[in-house]
Design a protein around this ligand. Structure first.
Ligand code: ADP
Length: 452
């Protein structure tokens, strides 16, 4: 109340001073009128001062409220201070809300699903970039548009209009690229939240799984049919000793084929289910080569010239059985797809950048360019009958690719029809060391070239 007292006092003083001045000026004639006029003038001066202060505050309020409010004394000063304080408080609350909204929007944008918000009349309120991509929308331009004018899929329109949203539906993407799973949820006063998920990848994986099961069944059924045919023959036909032996040999081959297939399937399943090979278990390249050499010579039975590089003390960080299986598969293929009299070379070198390269080169039939990119697909064969005849399962290169990828490297294939092929396993420098020294840690070390 201090401002009220001081205002009353100032008012009284102004009127009294005005009145006194008027009294003095008009002392002789009309002293009373003079005093009254003086008092009125004093009051007017007070009103003018108040109006000026009020105007200053009004101007500040109408502006952008930057800087401090006019700091006048008394009533106007207090009004300005209190208005400024509550304005600053509101601005702070609005800023916090703005930040929360921005965080919420960026969380929605980061969502792997499409998010679309509709108001009670199914007009688009907001959508994230993924929903825009899924439904072919423009987040700015299509705001406040009726969603059914933009997403015209009959399944979607029926779903939205039926109003029963317990289960999601599947619709084609407007671009025709793939399928979307769409789920609607109500919120607030009949607003709707639409969530969309791209099913293309899942459908592709599902199709691959179906193909794989179909392929495995086919691969197993073929030798099984042959085996039961032979069993039938053995049971029903009187065979000579020579014929019986021949049938048993063929049956053994089919049984081996099934065994190889099951073995390769188990290897693949193991590769998929086990953790990434650790980078501190070192395997000597020389000992891998020694085991591979024995197998290759047994398989070739002297029909090929087989030569392996001296890998010295070079080592690779990884799982020995997996590395053995990868290099074994490559050498096994080289022997199987190289006619008698051909050469097979297994090399090893450490490149300038420290990566390790294992190469299996043959002078076999080679592979046409159009097949190269598909060779590592499961059950892909250039020549199915040749592969089966030679005991192939169609899974060898898929295993090789899996193993090298798990070891952080890559499989590189070069081939020319009629001349031969080179299959290279390239290991990253961090997994290679030569003679106990990690190559990656010593880049200045001179490159070692051990390829024959
Ligand atoms: P498979 O058990 O049939 O050999 P792979 O996955 O090991 O299966 O190889 C896939 C196909 O790649 C083979 O069927 C064969 O056609 C081709 N291939 C693999 N290695 C060689 C090679 N060294 N020379 C020629 N063709 C090869």
């Amino acid at each position: 109340m201090s401002w009220l007292l001081s205002r009353l006092l100032v008012g009284l003083v102004a009127i009294a001073a005005g009145g006194l001045a008027g009294l003095l000026v008009a002392a002789q004639r009309g002293a009373l009128i003079g005093a009254l006029l003086g008092g009125l003038l004093g009051f007017a001066a007070l009103v003018l001062r108040d109006s000026l202060r009020g105007l200053r505050l009004l101007r500040w309020l109408r502006g952008s409220h930057e800087g401090v409010a006019p700091r006048d004394a008394g009533l106007w000063g207090e009004i300005a201070y209190r208005i400024e304080r509550s304005l600053r408080g509101l601005e702070r609350v609005a800023e916090v809300e703005r930040m929360r909204l921005a965080q919420f929007v960026s969380a929605m944008e980061a969502s792997p699903n499409g998010v679309l918000l509709l108001d009670a009349s199914d007009q688009i309120e907001w959508c994230n970039a993924r929903a825009a991509d899924h439904f072919g929308l423009d987040p700015q331009r299509d705001r406040r548009q009726r969603v059914t004018n933009l997403i015209r899929s009959p399944a979607f329109v029926d779903y939205l209009q039926a109003g029963s949203f317990e289960e999601p539906i599947t619709v084609r993407e407007p671009s025709g690229r793939g399928s979307l799973q769409v789920l609607i949820r109500r919120y607030g006063a009949d607003s709707k939240l639409i969530l969309s998920q791209d099913l293309t990848e899942r459908e592709r994986a599902e199709a691959m799984r179906r193909d794989f099961v179909a392929n495995v069944s086919h691969e197993i059924r073929t030798p099984l049919t042959v085996l039961s045919g032979f069993l039938e023959t053995l049971r029903n036909l009187p065979l000579t000793e020579v014929e019986r032996r021949r049938v048993i040999t063929l049956m053994t081959q089919q049984a081996e084929r099934m065994g190889n297939l099951v073995g390769d399937l188990l290897t693949l399943a193991q590769l998929e289910g086990s953790p990434r090979p650790s980078a501190d278990k070192w395997v000597r390249v020389g000992s891998l080569f020694a085991q591979v050499e024995a197998e290759a010579r047994a398989l070739s039975a002297g029909r090929h010239t087989i030569a392996l590089a001296d890998a010295g003390e070079a080592q690779i960080a990884g799982i020995e059985t997996e590395l053995q299986s990868a290099i074994g598969n490559l050498v096994n293929n080289a022997v199987r797809y190289t006619p008698a009299g051909g050469h097979i070379d297994v090399g090893w070198r450490i490149a300038d950048n420290g990566s390790g390269e294992m190469a299996v080169a043959d002078t076999g039939r080679g592979i046409a360019r159009e097949h190269l990119s598909r060779l590592t697909e499961r059950f892909y064969r250039v020549d199915s009958s040749r592969s089966r005849e030679s005991g192939g399962t169609g899974l060898g290169l898929a295993i090789v690719k899996h193993v090298i990828q798990r070891h952080g490297g890559e499989l590189d294939i070069e081939s020319e029809v009629g001349k031969g092929s080179v299959f290279r396993l390239v290991f990253p420098a961090a997994r290679v060391r030569s003679g106990g020294v990690c190559v990656a840690a010593a880049p200045s070390e001179p490159a070692e070239l051990l390829v024959r």
